[in-house]
Write a protein that binds this ligand. Structure first.
Ligand code: OAD
Length: 257
């Protein structure tokens, strides 16, 4: 395989499916059971905050009971393996879970935010949250009540880190999309941007996504099998294949740049 100096990876719900977290658009997916317009928009939150909080509370409880799977662990090995030989991995995720971090990934750009964070709509303070959120809770920074929301990006809101994502993509040798349907923009537009810049593209997914025709290469199957196999190919036979102990990681979900 060609030596890669900078790999850019975009992950979606499919990478966490085998950890027991639901995807959105598959049969039985989250948006098949729930209407996103009543749960994942600023208007829905303004109209009925308790229902929106209850939806995210249930997802947060599921997340806290979940574990990273072999695909998350393989990407953490790839980050460490590329760094050890002077290369770089940019990992951008649409997922609001923290399974990449728990697998030992050091830097993750959460373009759709983080479920384990709350944001104050009054003072913009972002705090960690591991329990249910209620409109009665007070913001730890400004003390006001009724102001905490999950620090996630809702439909109609602008994803986080867009400038940095574009800059990192333009510096990459390879763009890889893993476990995403290619249905939600701007994330779904990254493969087209990569192609226009002459960057090689690869899709790793259960089945061809909506943007499958834009990829130069593809691996189809369960992420827990396809991702470790591809990572071993990139790192080569000398790379350690055991899981590394988790170094300190950085979660980057909010307005931090
Ligand atoms: P989707 O549910 O749209 O797509 C998940 C993709 O993962 C599909 O193409 C599945 O075929 C694939 N998949 C399922 N199981 C898999 C497995 N075991 N291994 C590999 N692939 C598998 O999820 P996303 O593309 O992440 O945004 O959705 C994008 C955004 O839409 C989400 O971030 C969320 C949602 O609305 C917001 O909430 C803002």
């Amino acid at each position: 395989m060609q030596r890669l100096d900078h790999v850019f990876i975009l992950t979606g719900a499919g990478i966490s499916a085998e950890s027991g977290l639901g995807t959105f658009r598959d049969v039985g997916g989250i948006w098949a059971a729930f209407d996103p317009m009543t749960l994942a928009t600023p208007e829905a939150f303004a109209r009925d905050p308790d229902t929106v909080q209850a939806f995210y509370d249930a997802r947060r409880r599921n997340l806290l009971a979940a574990e990273p799977n072999p695909a998350h662990h393989a990407l953490a090995r790839l980050e460490a393996g590329l760094a050890a030989r002077g290369g770089r991995l940019t990992l951008v995720t649409q997922n609001i879970d923290d399974l990449h971090e728990r697998a030992g990934h050091r830097e993750v750009l959460h373009m759709h935010g983080a479920l384990l964070e709350a944001r104050c709509v009054a003072c913009e303070a972002v705090t960690e949250v591991r329990s249910d959120l209620s409109t009665a809770d007070a913001c730890g920074a400004c003390g006001r009540t009724g102001v905490l929301r999950p620090n996630v990006v809702w439909f109609g809101e602008i994803p986080f880190h867009l400038d940095e994502i574009e800059e990192r993509l333009m510096a990459a040798d390879l763009f890889v999309a893993i476990g995403t349907s290619g249905a939600v923009y701007p994330a779904a537009g990254l493969v087209g941007a990569a192609r226009r810049a002459g960057i090689a593209t690869r899709e790793i997914n259960l089945e061809p996504s909506d943007t499958a025709h834009l990829f130069d290469a593809a691996d189809y199957g369960r992420a827990s099998e396809t991702v470790p196999r591809w990572v071993e190919d990139v790192l080569g036979p000398d790379a350690p294949s055991q899981e590394r102990s988790a170094p300190p990681h950085r979660t980057r979900s909010s307005t931090e740049t």
